[in-house]
Design a protein. Structure first.
Length: 689
């Protein structure tokens, strides 16, 4: 990279932009090249893997509209639509998702370069920075794009919400700038329309971009108009009127009681959050300028500020926050660019770092706020290069120092992506850095369980209980629920029930815990009690697919076929891939005597789970009963293929055992074996049993 003005002037601006695009792309490809096969993590599962709404099967308007909703409410529609399109073309193969994330980050970096370069050429700034605008913009864009703090927003698939919001945010600012400075008027209108379009896309991608109108206003005021008495007087109505409207609307429409209710699920109050966030913001700044691997993690264990002096860093952090913003206001006329960069960082943290009861800290929240943060650093490097033109050794040392910073940034990014390549390594790394976070041990337990290590998983869950440090009461309930699941799977019903009830006492109307309690009752044969409990639970948690699934099973066991069908259909309307509900519907038809409908439903279920032994056995019984000889032989052959070389009796006993706890279909083994034996005798080509 050559930072000299002479060499830059030899190239046309378009060629220099092409060089910037290619160099940014190659740099990012080098440091993010090991991220394209990183596994699903954390919120990826709920938002994408298990979210049926984004599992797009066709590009019809109805299917696309469905992707805009998450848990029954419209939420970040453009983010979820992008996930749905990824799913449509690649299912749950992570490569496509990572490729899109990488492309978004690269485009954001390039348009950030264009935005900074044009900003530095504004009349108010061009005298100071115009001649070196290209160099400063390229350096700032490189530092921002290669910052290790951006890794979660790029390499964690679900945090595309942050990076895509950042792309639309930058595009909105860029086209607004073109509209304000371009000619002729027809082009201005076009640019403003584009700016508004990208603003709407950003609003529909993530809520923190709601601050964008305020950013556009201060960008225009500070960097285009310039702050003086005349411009302040002229712009005063544009500040006062929206603020009054916003205040009135908030009084009428903002549900403050609901806002405060959110703090009941947090280990901190509103006052404690407001005291803590200045420390978080100062920590973010330190992380952005000193991003060593040992300080980076998906989840941070951040101590809550209980008062101005507990911990002692609270008051200094608040003081630093006030002083930095005061400096910005003092510099707004003499050094408008520096003032804007400071205000941009803090204003873009306003929504996620104020009164909303969110988690206290996440690294990906810096994606948008840090967009202009490296401009002052690039200005400093440019100033040093200009000042120390002689002796040449100092100039060379400055360039080498910048390149060395980029190398360190890139190495850390590459290392972080290596950690994030597998879910287990991500959580083990997080556990080493912050061993007292309970949710970290929950996720380590999940990985142990997935890898066939139940005792190690159980140990991690008890470690999570012992640490007793959670970001929400739901997380605490989740630990108890997972322990209930572990003991339930191990047949220890009393212990399972104890932990399910503890989870429910911590987090009332926890649907999964209610399902666990009902499951234990059904396992113990208390079908009437389970049905009564489920009906009561559904009064408080009426949209939980698992509760309706179990209601269907309990009703089926009691011979209440109409109620069972109704519950199963409701469960399927919430969760279209509920296999247990599909099995309930098939069994309802079989036990009601509608054998053709039963066969139709079991065959439809077989398409979803072609290797399910219960489905195969049910169809064998049904084909035998309806005299469909050819299909019967075909299904027996399918069963023989499933069992392989194993003894049939042993295979059937082992294969059907896991379903005994919530048995929906009860195969008549003696009858099935007799049917198979009869077919073996009658077939000209002997069946291999």
């Amino acid at each position: 990279m050559n930072f000299s003005l002479e060499s830059a002037e030899k190239l046309s601006f378009s060629r220099r932009c092409l060089f910037a695009a290619i160099s940014l792309f190659l740099c990012l490809l080098l440091i993010y090249g090991n991220s394209f096969h990183g596994e699903w993590h954390f919120d990826d599962f709920d938002n994408i893997v298990a979210n049926q709404n984004v599992h797009l099967s066709s590009l019809t308007s109805q299917e696309i509209q469905k992707t805009f909703y998450f848990r029954g409410e419209m939420s970040r529609p453009f983010s979820y639509l992008s996930f749905a399109l990824n799913y449509f073309w690649g299912g749950t193969d992570v490569f496509g998702y990572h490729l899109v994330n990488f492309g978004i980050h690269g485009l954001t970096a390039f348009f950030l370069f264009l935005l900074i370069q044009r900003t530095l050429c504004l009349p108010l700034l061009s005298a100071s920075y115009g001649k070196v605008s290209y160099d400063i913009a390229l350096m700032a864009s490189f530092l921002w794009a290669a910052s290790p703090v951006q890794v979660p927003a790029v390499s964690m698939i679900v945090q595309r919400m942050a990076s895509m919001a950042g792309l639309f945010y930058v595009l909105c600012l860029y086209f607004y700038l073109l509209g304000r400075t371009g000619n002729p008027d027809r082009k201005k209108v076009f640019y403003f329309v584009l700016s508004g379009f990208f603003a709407l896309l950003s609003f529909g991608t993530k809520e923190n971009t709601a601050i964008l109108p305020a950013i556009l206003f201060i960008y225009d005021l500070i960097l285009i108009q310039g702050v003086n008495r005349q411009t302040l007087k002229k712009n005063l109505p544009f500040v006062v009127f929206p603020l009054v409207v916003l205040l009135v609307l908030s009084l009428f429409y903002l549900d403050f009681s609901s806002l405060m209710e959110g703090y009941r699920n947090r280990p901190f109050s509103l006052e404690e959050r407001l005291l803590t966030e200045p420390r978080v913001l100062i920590f973010y700044l330190s992380l952005l300028f000193y991003p060593v691997n040992s300080r980076l993690a998906l989840l941070h264990d951040f101590e809550i500020s209980r008062s101005l002096f507990e911990p002692w860093t609270t008051f200094p952090a608040i003081l630093a926050f006030i002083l930095l913003n005061a400096v910005a206001f003092l510099l707004v006329r003499r050094k408008p660019l520096i003032a804007f960069c400071i205000l941009f960082f803090f204003l873009n943290h306003l929504i996620e770092a104020s009164i909303i009861p969110l988690e206290l800290i996440f690294e990906h929240r810096n994606y948008v706020p840090s967009l202009f943060l490296f401009v002052p650093a690039a200005l400093l490097i440019s100033k040093v290069l200009e000042t120390v033109s002689y002796p040449k050794i100092l100039r060379l040392a400055t360039v080498i120092s910048f390149v060395w910073i980029l190398i360190l940034f890139g190495y850390t990014v590459f290392a972080r992506n290596g950690v994030m390549a597998r879910d287990v390594t991500l959580w083990l790394d997080n556990g080493l850095k912050y061993p007292h976070l309970s949710i970290v041990h929950v996720n380590i337990a999940k990985n142990y369980l997935d890898n066939g290590l139940p005792q190690e998983a159980l140990g991690e869950l008890h470690r999570a209980l012992q640490e007793n440090r959670y970001a929400s009461t739901f997380q605490k309930a989740l630990v108890h629920y997972n322990l209930g699941q572990m003991y339930n799977g191990d047949g220890q019903n009393k212990l399972a029930l104890f932990y399910y009830e503890r989870a429910l006492s911590i987090y009332p109307f926890y649907g999964s815990a209610m399902s666990g309690i009902a499951t234990v009752m059904l396992k113990e044969g208390n079908n009437e009690g389970a049905l009564a409990y489920l009906k009561s639970a559904l009064q408080g948690k009426g949209n939980h697919a698992g509760l309706y699934e179990l209601t269907g099973i309990a009703s089926l066991r009691l011979g209440l076929f109409r109620e069972a069908e109704k519950a199963a259909r409701t469960a399927l309307s919430i969760n279209p891939i509920s296999l247990r509900s599909k099995m309930v519907l098939a069994e309802c038809a079989r036990r009601s005597g509608d054998l053709s409908e039963a066969i139709s439903r079991w065959r439809a279920l077989q398409k979803d789970v072609p290797s399910d032994v219960d489905v195969c056995l049910a169809l064998i019984e049904l084909y035998s009963e309806t005299g469909q000889r050819a299909l019967l032989v075909q299904e027996i052959a399918q069963l023989m293929e499933l069992k392989g070389t194993e003894e049939l009796n042993q295979f059937l006993q082992k294969s059907t055992q896991p379903t005994q706890e919530l048995q929906i279909y009860a195969p008549n083994m003696n009858r099935i074996l007799a049917i198979i034996e009869q077919c073996r005798k009658e077939e000209s080509k002997p069946l291999k049993i």
